[in-house]
Design a protein around this ligand. Structure first.
Ligand SMILES: Cc1cc2nc3c(=O)[nH]c(=O)nc-3n(C[C@H](O)[C@H](O)[C@H](O)COP(=O)(O)OP(=O)(O)OC[C@H]3O[C@@H](n4cnc5c(N)ncnc54)[C@H](O)[C@@H]3O)c2cc1C
Length: 507
């Protein structure tokens, strides 16, 4: 539908004119945005999803899928298709100490928890976006980069975005910023990010598997005193290495050269000695500037932030995707019905933050403690052992496992999923129209019947006796009786409400 834009940016012709209008415009096709879009279109909400990149393929993005996301996929009937994607499975993520010892296997996870899966994030997003495409109220613009918010009297009314075919404006009942840690939406809305001081950055790279790799190869490898730890994660086809180095020392790392990096990797995990020779170019690596932070208020009138846009998660414990997705489930549950009614109140937006903020903050605290204790301790052995023991105390362990597996204290359930795609605009307005027509017809018939029984100037020139209204099923109103005088026996217009009234001679 086209709407006239309100007086956005007065005097700026680029903001004038007409715009597309949708119920919800989601900015960012990461895990948060794609899941929210799917859950809303399932409820019949009209959604425009804008993703800045031309595809979902981004290397070294979070790809750990925990129990809460599996629970969601099962609810959506997508679990089997998800498991068809090449993946690695595993919960065992031990600490490898510099003296060669390894922390014992975990004593078992929560009974309700599922194993942890690792799939390329792009495959998960393609699966979810493909499912959303089945719904007629879903529209996805790849390469659609939001440049500004449309605001009017303090309320966010839509966005301006650049697409391959030029600039566009879209008006929306609600704009959702799911555009990640550098969120443009967050900046445009003037919602400040409070960051915490992170000690380490990460250099990601992949190394091939070998036949002699140890059984419990994945995990955190602690370096010698004064050196950062290294993460080895199991990917279906390779090992993903996360080499942690003190923040601000990337230039020194590069200046030391690749031979020094290869030596540092094997100093932590000697079994990678052959594989590390595959690392021949810095282009095989990707730097993640670790950042963590949160926005004190996730919303403004007409706008909500979710996922990393609202709370930047550090990569510790690999929970970023799951927290983003749990935000999306809560937002869809609480806001979907409101969006269908065409009105979202600011208190509704606040309720999303209320439900998601505590688990997010606890998880960030846990990540921060772990990164600092392990990453900066000059006595990593002592620090990490202390941490291992502390985290293994039953109450701490219970909270930690829930936070990791569920992205909260329990997985969020998707509410009210209709079995089949809805044709919301058409379906709903058609049904409403039918009811309105039926009511109008009932009025029309009784008025028509009354007029016909006692002819007035509104029904000319018919004059009918013994009229009996017949129940209505169509927009045409049939009444039966005898026509008297010169009335057109075929059709008489009931001027009162404009419906067509035909007379059918009795017998
Ligand atoms: C390099 C890297 C490695 C990571 N590794 C891990 C890991 O190993 N484990 C883990 O759990 N987490 C990891 N994370 C974090 C994890 O990926 C995020 O927490 C998670 O993806 C958050 O999901 P999101 O949907 O909120 O945001 P994102 O996944 O960041 O998605 C945001 C999307 O918005 C799009 N976008 C941005 N700006 C605009 C705009 N102006 N207009 C339209 N679209 C826009 C982006 O292209 C992107 O697709 C990593 C993050 C990065 C950057």
């Amino acid at each position: 539908m086209k709407v006239k834009l309100p007086d956005i940016k007065r005097g700026n012709p680029a903001y004038a004119g007409e715009a597309d209008s949708v119920d919800c415009c989601i900015v960012g096709g990461g895990p948060a945005g794609v899941v929210l879009a799917l859950l809303l279109v399932r409820q019949g909400v009209e959604v425009l999803l804008l993703e800045a990149q031309a595809d979902f393929d981004r290397d070294f993005r979070g790809d750990t899928v925990h129990a809460s996301t599996l629970h969601l996929l099962a609810q959506l009937g997508l679990l089997e298709r998800f498991l068809d994607v090449a993946h690695a499975v595993g919960d065992d993520f031990p600490t490898h100490f510099p003296d060669g010892s390894i922390s014992p296997r975990g004593a078992g996870r929560l009974p309700t928890a599922q194993p942890t899966y690792r799939v390329p994030q792009a495959r998960l997003l393609e699966l979810l976006a493909g499912e959303a495409q089945r719904y007629p109220s879903f529209r996805l613009v790849m390469g659609g980069r939001v440049e500004d918010l449309i605001k009017c009297d303090g309320v966010v009314r839509g966005v301006r975005y650049r697409a391959p075919d030029g600039m566009h404006s879209v008006a929306a009942t609600l704009v959702v910023g799911a555009d990640g840690r550098f969120s443009k939406v967050r900046q445009s809305a003037g919602l400040p990010l409070v960051t915490s001081d992170e000690a380490m950055d990460v250099l990601w790279l992949r190394l091939p598997r070998g036949t002699g790799d140890p059984e419990r190869a994945a995990g955190i490898y602690l370096g010698p005193p004064g050196h950062g730890p290294m993460v080895v994660a199991d990917r279906a086809e390779a090992w993903q290495i996360g080499y942690l180095f003190p923040k601000g020392s990337l230039a020194r790392l590069r200046a030391d050269g690749l031979p020094a990096l290869r030596a540092a990797i094997t100093a932590r995990a000697a079994w990678l000695a052959d594989a590390v020779e595959h690392l021949q170019n810095w282009r095989q690596t990707s730097v993640l500037m670790v950042q963590a932070g949160r926005v004190p208020r996730w919303y403004r009138p007409g706008l909500l932030l979710i996922g990393d846009a609202a709370h930047v998660m550090s990569p510790v414990a690999g929970v970023g995707i799951n927290y983003a997705i749990q935000d999306a489930v809560v937002a869809a549950n609480l806001l979907g019905p409101r969006l269908r009614q065409g009105r979202v109140r600011t208190v509704d937006l606040a309720s999303v933050q209320r439900r998601r903020e505590l688990p997010t903050r606890l998880m960030q605290l846990f990540q921060h403690a772990m990164a600092h204790r392990v990453g900066t301790s000059s006595e990593p052995l002592h620090g990490a052992r202390w941490l291992d023991r502390g985290f293994d105390l039953p109450p701490v362990r219970a909270v930690r496992e829930r936070l990791i597996a569920y992205g909260g204290f329990r997985p969020e359930h998707v509410r009210a999923i209709p079995a089949e795609p809805l044709r919301r605009r058409a379906g709903k307005s058609w049904a409403a129209g039918l009811v309105a027509v039926a009511v109008l017809l009932a009025i029309a018939c009784s008025l028509a019947a009354a007029s016909v029984a006692e002819p007035t100037s509104t029904v000319e020139p018919a004059s009918v006796s013994a009229v009996t209204p017949v129940p209505l099923a169509t927009p045409e109103c049939w009444v039966s009786g005898d026509l008297v005088g010169d009335a057109n026996p075929a059709e008489v217009r009931a001027a009162v409400c404009g419906f067509s009234v035909r007379f059918q001679p009795e017998g």
